[in-house]
Design a binder for this molecule. Sequence first.
Ligand code: DOR
Ligand code: ZN
Length: 436
Amino acid sequence: MWWLKDVWVIDPSQKISSPQNVLVQGGQVMEISPSLTEEEVLAKAQGESVETINGKGKFLFPGLIDVHTHLREPGQEDKEDILSGSRAAVRGGITAIMAMANTVPVIDNRSLVEFVRLQGERANYARVYPIGTVTKGMQGVELVEMADMKEGGAVAFSDDGKNIQNAEMMRLALEYAKLTGLPIISHCEDKELSGEGLMRRGIPSTRMGLRGIPASAESVIVARDLLLVEETKGKLHLAHISTKESVELIRRAKARGVDVTAEVNPHHLIFCDEEITITNTDLKVNPPLGMPADREALIEGLRDGTLDIIATDHAPHTQAEKARPFAEAPFGIASLETALSAVWQHLVVPRRLSLDRVIEAWSYAPAKRFGLRGGTLKPGAPADMVLFDPDFAEIIEPATLVSKARNTPFLGKTLQGFPVMVWVNGRLVQRNRTVL
Ligand code: DOR
Ligand code: ZN
């Protein structure tokens, strides 16, 4: 049994944000109480040994659930695989991940869904939930067997990495997915508008002579998909929202009662286009980093609930790929191990966001939207938990990263505020920054 003593518990599912004592037994949260004596704990343990952790000065919250993670297995295991990715996740305080379907081959049938699920179970670190594609081969032409893939363990459908350009195909997907009750996750990008663009179109892109992507490349499809989900009464989740126009469109759709949730990535909340340099591809990401006004709108949208979910969009790539010239390097930031710390340091410490809101958006909201276990420390819930030390500082360096990827803008930098103990199903999987 675990006894976490005098720890500041944040659990938005129970509206708890106060010092508590937490008991964990048999893989589950057993009790949360503001005061517990040693005698009481020993009586509850009934002879079982008790490991006591002094939680003073630290936070305990439900493990993060990351709804947008690229694990690259099958097919691109040089970038990442399910074992390395799920270890990186728990190192970063993430106890469950939804694995994106744009692998090689793409996850477009039940046996591939089952493969991802079983590899996740074999790895036995973060829980791994497969996402299936929407269309066969991610070609945007023919729908997958959604019901069959749900049987195999798919929790959502997405052609992420690519937009479904044909509006009728998107409409059909929303209509058919209703039979499964699962959401369609949309990567909103009008390919005609984004073209061969490399970063957001604006003064920095012009100055560097890098081809630009207009903000409308995203917002046009956000508007389309909101109209389609309203008409079909389907279930839509919008991935990686990055423009102020998108935030406003979602805000208005929600006011009309449309069944939509939207996600924002830490990098869009922290960085902007002005920070990109042509000699460093770490900030080359899709959708591209927006302008400062976009970043402000995203933070405001997350605060007021227009944006529901924080997700990493962990997109690992090899060093060789990211070392190419800016125009040729792949899009993506690897972030499982640094995202929570970066959000803490760049947004919570400066009081742009509360930690309570961050945990709600990164744990409770994902569990609710995708019907997953966890996201709560209610007694009886699986003990997927994070002990977070706001004072723990660490230099981000290759020797300590457990992800195979190094494409993070934080490499060589110091971050402060890290998970120092992480449990999945009551099993300790990370202690003092080491994955067990
Ligand atoms: O930056 C990105 N990388 N955006 C995407 O949509 C896909 C992802 C990837 O798969 O690398
Ligand atoms: Zn995407």
